[in-house]
Design a protein around this ligand. Structure first.
Ligand code: SF4
Length: 290
């Protein structure tokens, strides 16, 4: 076992929804037997992005909104690693929106967890892209990441969880990480994670969450059907949670980015770059660049 950097005690406010994610990530990785030195957690900017400091994993604190680019880079450098990107709604759906959309179509086998608290908690509670109308003077409609994800026709795993239901969250994170570890592609899990200091929605969300798998006609392989079920649920003043899209397996050719680019699964991090074994290639390269 390789010793990684020691985790520090959490700096989050007591009761923050992010604690639920921290516990579930730990449980899910443990359940799948992911060795800590094989798990890389790329954190975004914001309260939630500090999660990698509180776990015994390899961690990177990414640039604001750029965690997905770095997480995909880690996966392509060494496809054998289990890679999780984790950040907040401000980081992922504002400055990081371009990377967010492209992560679905790139389809690298990483897990992206967005801890959505509908505010910028770290900077004391301003309106974020998911804030409700009227919150802190917000005049824009909230962005719905699950509906957006469902609209991108790529075989990704898509789900939404709630920090008030850690059991379901752990089950979903286990499934998402298994999907990644089978090199089946990108997994996106948005967790409803209340900011108890600046936007305490625990009670409200507990009353509003609707497990979509309990609704008649639920079929997570049917993207259009799930989209309609989500719209109907929102129309009724509820918030849909659960597995939103589970691609059918055994479609033939693998679709994940790392299997397309690195069919033998050997990334540059594991490649032999010793001078002597590679001298002819290096000489050729030096000649080419003059
Ligand atoms: Fe959590 Fe909000 Fe405190 Fe940040 S400010 S740690 S999001 S409760």
């Amino acid at each position: 076992m390789v010793e990684t950097v020691r985790p520090i005690p959490s700096t989050w406010c007591p009761g923050c929804g992010d604690f639920g994610v921290l516990a579930s990530v730990k449980k899910a990785a443990g359940e799948l037997g992911v060795p800590t030195d094989q798990l890389v957690l790329v954190g975004g900017i914001g309260c939630s992005g500090g999660i990698h400091n509180f776990l015994d994993v390899n961690g990177i604190h990414a640039l604001h909104g750029r965690l997905l680019a770095q997480a995909v880079g880690v996966k392509l450098a060494n496809p054998e690693l289990t890679v999780i990107a984790a950040g907040g709604d401000g980081d992922g759906y504002a400055i990081g929106m371009g990377h967010f959309i492209h992560a679905f179509k790139k389809n690298a086998s990483i897990l992206y967890i967005v801890m959505n608290n509908e505010t910028y908690g770290l900077t004391k509670g301003q309106a974020s892209p998911t804030s409700q109308l009227g919150f802190e003077g917000n005049i824009e409609h909230p962005f719905d990441a699950v509906l957006t994800a469902l609209s991108i026709p790529v075989p990704n795993f898509i789900a939404r969880t709630f920090s008030g239901d850690p059991k379901q969250m752990t089950q979903i994170l286990v499934e998402a990480l298994r999907f990644n570890r089978e090199n089946r592609g990108f997994a996106f899990v948005e967790d409803l994670s209340p900011c108890v200091t600046y936007n305490d929605t625990f009670k409200e969300w507990r009353a509003k969450v609707q497990d979509i798998s309990k609704l008649p006609g639920y079929d997570p392989t049917d993207r259009a059907r799930t989209f309609q079920l989500c719209l109907d649920t929102i129309d009724q003043g509820k918030i849909p949670i659960g597995v939103m899209h589970r691609p059918r397996g055994g479609r033939g050719e693998p679709d994940s980015l790392e299997l397309k680019l690195l069919p033998d699964r050997v990334g540059p991090a594991a490649a032999d770059i010793a001078l002597e074994t590679n001298r002819p290639a290096y000489d050729k390269l030096l000649k080419a660049i003059g």
